[in-house]
Design a protein around this ligand. Structure first.
Ligand code: HEM
Length: 404
């Protein structure tokens, strides 16, 4: 029997601090059916890990997910158009198509290939900080993390910089809906419009790169197959996927990591004293304060998780942020311990684990190294989590004074 008790998973209070509710869920109802969006939520580490590896839980779910998240557009031509586009994205594919498309993306996103863009990431971070004087103030979200996440994507994909405002707006509109952050008609229509425009722009850039290949990711994705129309189409689709998945996630992750350090001054001091902790510290910050709270799958057949029967056709959301705080997987999970060794679930595991992990880690590493050159960080002013969703949670602003 599904629980009849309501846990307010999409409430403002939840996004402000999800961890008390996630703990309650894990202890009281770890496999929870959330009636308002009609989906199951998994709060235990073992259930989440098994679910993302389970072949009975599939990724071919664009129709079910978009119809659930955009109820206002059900039955409309707009929704059908969006389902048509989204069904081809990496995150919505199962083998064998998934394996093929993932191979294409990995041409540019292997750990070794990402290490080669370190110089571009470092330059972007320096540029974002150039405006800050010692003793000056910065909004870490809008004057730093946003610039780093967006400029890095524009730089490595070779996207037209003058359209960064459009990329920001379009991906924000798309992810607001994709992460269950808004279900009304207006956001749904904006997301549909944004989706069409981003596709159009990327198709034009891919054509341009076909004619004039360079050193960027799009040229790498095209490889030697640039004259194959099917490859051109695939590259456009997967660029849409990468740009959509790589901007808000990274922006919020940098902001969440800085905020967690500000809220744990002893750990921040420890990192300053022991810079060799940076590697494990990044993994711990990803565990403790992830920007992505959940992923999701669709049941392709009836199955059982933790004594609950999930019916064929139902959506399942493994809550990766809850898995990260499961005491069965991490001792004292609510304690930030920068020297902790362990593998967070933040990028998921299994065949769909995030291919952007090496880039996101690199951005975090370069960002923290640059910010740590300031000897004192002081949080000033208020912040909240307006605009957060299950896919993208981060403070809406974060004013910090940086002293030399
Ligand atoms: C800290 C930042 C990021 C976090 C926390 C994050 C997290 C995730 C998670 C949880 C998934 C779902 C995995 C699953 O369903 O099993 C995912 C998938 C994905 N991410 Fe990320 N991500 C981040 C940054 C990026 C970046 C920078 C890119 C690319 C530029 C990216 C590209 C993707 C793609 C393409 C997928 C779909 C993979 C597939 O289905 O095979 N992500 N990410």
């Amino acid at each position: 029997m599904a629980s009849t008790r309501g846990y307010p998973i999409l409430s403002e209070a939840f996004f402000a601090d999800p961890y008390p509710l996630l703990r309650q869920l894990r202890e009281e109802c770890p496999v929870y059916y959330h009636a308002p969006i009609g989906a199951w939520f998994l709060a235990r580490h073992d259930h989440c890990e098994a679910a993302v590896r389970d072949r009975r839980l599939v990724n071919a779910r664009a129709r079910e997910l978009l119809s659930t998240l955009m109820p206002a557009l059900r039955g409309t031509a707009e929704l059908e158009a969006m389902i048509g586009q989204w069904s081809r994205l990496l995150w919505f594919l199962d083998p064998p198509q998934h394996t093929r498309s993932r191979g294409l993306v990995m041409r540019g996103f292997s750990a070794a290939a990402i290490e080669r863009v370190r110089g571009e990431v470092r330059a972007t971070v320096q540029q974002a900080l150039a405006q800050v004087e010692a003793g000056g103030e910065i909004d870490v979200v809008w004057q730093f993390a946003d610039a780093v996440a967006l400029e890095v994507l524009c730089a490595i994909f070779g996207l037209p910089g003058e359209q960064r405002g459009d990329f920001r707006r379009w991906t924000t509109d798309i992810m607001q809906v994709a992460g269950a952050g808004a279900t009304d008609e207006d956001p749904a229509l904006r997301a549909k419009e944004a989706s069409a425009r981003l596709f159009g722009l990327l198709a034009a850039v891919v054509q341009e790169r076909r004619a004039h290949p360079g050193e960027d990711m799009i040229s790498r994705f095209l490889g030697d197959d640039r004259d194959d129309p099917a490859v051109l189409e695939q590259v456009t689709v997967q660029c849409f996927q990468m740009v959509g998945a790589g901007y808000l996630t990274s922006r919020n992750q940098i902001a969440c990591a800085v905020l967690a350090l500000l809220q744990h001054p002893d750990e921040l001091a420890r990192l300053r004293a022991e810079p060799q902790l940076l590697g494990p510290a990044i993994e711990e910050l990803l565990r403790f304060a992830p920007s992505v709270l959940t992923t999701n799958r669709l049941a392709a057949e009836d199955l059982e998780i933790g004594g609950q029967t999930i019916r064929k056709g139902e959506l399942v959301f493994p809550i990766l942020a809850a898995a990260n705080r499961d005491p069965a997987a991490f001792a004292e999970p609510d304690r930030l311990d920068l020297a902790r060794r362990g593998r967070p679930m933040t990028f998921s595991v299994g065949p769909h684990y995030c291919p952007g992990g090496p880039l996101a880690r690199l951005e975090l590493e370069e960002s923290l190294m640059a910010l740590l050159r300031f000897s004192r960080w002081e949080l000033i002013g208020e912040f909240d989590y307006r605009g957060a969703s299950l896919q993208d949670r981060g403070p809406s602003q974060l004013r910090v004074r940086l002293d030399a």
